[in-house]
Design a protein around this ligand. Structure first.
Ligand SMILES: [Zn+2]
Length: 104
C-alpha cells in the first residue's frame, strides 16, 4: 500500500491530516454505553473499529501507529493538536458525547 504522506510529516501533522481524511471519508465516531469508542470503517461497510485514545484495532494502526479512526477519536475528544494549542478538552468531550448520543 503506497502512502501519500510526506516523509517529513510529524506525528501531529499526520494526525491532523488523518482526522481531515476521516471527515472527508464520512467515518462516524460512536461512543458505546460503556464509554468505549467505535469508529465506522471507510472500506468495510457495517464494520466498526474499536478505538481508544492510544490505539485502534485496524491494520493501519498496527503497521504505522496511526490511522484515521484513531485521529477521528482524537479530534472528537479534543486531543488533536491544533495551531492554537490544546482546546478546552472537557467541553469538547462533553460536546462529542452529546453529539454521539444524540442529546445535543
Ligand atoms: Zn484504525
Amino acid at each position: 500500500m503506497a502512502s501519500t504522506a510526506p516523509t517529513t510529516e510529524t506525528i501531529d501533522q499526520a494526525r491532523i491530516r488523518l482526522a481531515q481524511k476521516a471527515r472527508e471519508s464520512g467515518v462516524k465516531v460512536r461512543i458505546g454505553s460503556d464509554g468505549r469508542f467505535f469508529v465506522s470503517s471507510a472500506s468495510r461497510f457495517g464494520h466498526e473499529h474499536f478505538v481508544t485514545g492510544w490505539s485502534c484495532d485496524c491494520d493501519g494502526f498496527a503497521r504505522h501507529g496511526r490511522c484515521m479512526h484513531h485521529s477521528a477519536v482524537l479530534a472528537c475528544i479534543g486531543w488533536l493538536p491544533t495551531a492554537d494549542g490544546p482546546g478546552d478538552t472537557a467541553k469538547q468531550l462533553e460536546t462529542a458525547v452529546a453529539t454521539a448520543t444524540g442529546t445535543a
